[in-house]
Ligand binder design. Structure first.
Ligand code: UT7
Length: 326
């Protein structure tokens, strides 16, 4: 049996919001945003676009890259924190929009780490011979849960989606998923959250006035945890696989902040081939690592057999690192 990523795709909305646009909205500057985060611009969806629209567009691109049709898919998994509605799952809405036949469809809630949670779960289902061809999507419309009057968060986020087609072949004997750590610690959940409007804090007009339906973050605490959790997980994953950092073809960390990416790379002793797209997209949560993978793939910079180290960190707090063979 072999399991491989056989297709990649991504989609971002056309509209670009630059740091200079943000200077007109809140008390900030291009200089502050670039020096503290590395972000220069982000893509923003219009009000009529749902997360499922972003997800379906990325899914179609991934299917095309895998040279498959919707009828070939027997598992749809969507990682998102901005699902279209509480129920049904965004995965079922994507299934309908893409014309995928009846099959298992569900969402994952692991914030920015969700795509890596999805890889772990999808791989397990395929390895157990429960399903053959999965469409795994990371999609978020963070602009809809952003407090546009809070300069400490509104400069950070963007909208987008990415998708992977992962398939089992019963005749091979290699596996793309070499080693991993996929984890969470709920004790620090308050560092990064959307406090309303779930069952614990139902929607009220006062709640809307207080922006309880938007992301709140203790930036410095989240920053420290992100660096230690991602670099620690990466070291343990490399040790488990018996691979040194110098053998990696690419390192793809979650794209939240260029300084976090640099700090993690320094702790791992990685100087080259660290993929960065945060300047162009900001933090797209579940979509970020898949966007990087797809850009590398489409630019011809990924080759069969390449070793890729991914790492992510997000609300929960959740984190993961994975060593993949493309
Ligand atoms: O994807 C999930 C995980 N998320 C992350 O990993 C994000 C982690 N955190 C971060 O990336 C950084 O903490 C931020 C980019 C959010 C903030 O950077 P920082 O260097 O930690 O800045 P800070 O929060 O310590 O704020 C420094 C100063 C403050 O002013 P005072 O108190 O020193 O006078 C802020 O009020 O910068 C101020 N500030 C801003 N100034 C201009 C905060 N936001 C802005 C802004 N423009 N947009």
């Amino acid at each position: 049996m072999s399991i491989h990523i056989i297709g990649t795709g991504h989609y971002v909305p056309e509209k670009i919001l630059t740091n200079f646009d943000l200077e007109k909205m809140v008390d900030t500057s291009d200089e502050w945003i670039v020096s503290r985060t590395g972000i220069r611009e982000r893509h923003i969806a219009d009000a009529a676009t749902a997360t499922s629209d972003l997800a379906a567009a990325a899914g179609r691109a991934a299917l095309e890259s895998a040279r498959l049709t919707p009828a070939d898919i027997d598992l749809v998994v969507v990682s998102t924190l901005t699902g279209d509605m509480p129920t049904p799952s965004t995965a079922t809405i994507v299934q309908r929009k893409m014309g995928i036949p009846p099959c298992m469809c569900f969402d994952i809630s692991a914030a920015c780490t969700g795509l890596l949670y999805g890889i772990d779960i999808v791989h397990a289902l395929l390895a157990a011979r429960q399903r053959r061809t999965a469409l795994l999507i990371g999609a978020d419309k963070l602009s809809g849960v952003t407090n546009w009057s809070d300069r400490s968060t509104c400069v950070l986020f963007g909208d987008g989606a990415s998708a992977l087609v992962i398939q089992r072949d019963d005749h091979g004997d290699d596996d793309f998923y070499l080693a991993s750590e996929v984890c969470a610690d709920g004790n620090d959940a308050d560092f990064l959250k959307i406090p309303g409007f779930g069952s614990a804090c139902p929607a009220t007009p006062e709640g809307i006035a207080q922006h309880l339906n938007t992301i709140t973050m203790n930036g410095p605490k989240t920053y420290q945890k992100a660096v230690t959790a991602m670099s620690g997980a990466c070291k343990r994953v490399l040790a488990k696989a018996g691979i040194s950092a110098s053998e990696l073809h690419w390192a793809i960390p979650h794209q939240a902040n260029d300084r976090i990416i640099t700090a993690v790379a320094e702790r791992l002793g990685i100087r080259e081939n660290i993929y960065r797209s945060v300047a162009r997209y900001g933090n797209t949560s579940s979509a970020s690592i898949g966007i990087c993978l797809d850009e590398l793939n489409r630019n011809g910079e990924l080759h069969r057999g390449d070793l890729i180290l991914t790492a992510a960190f997000g609300a929960g707090l959740t984190w993961a690192a994975q060593l993949l063979r493309f």
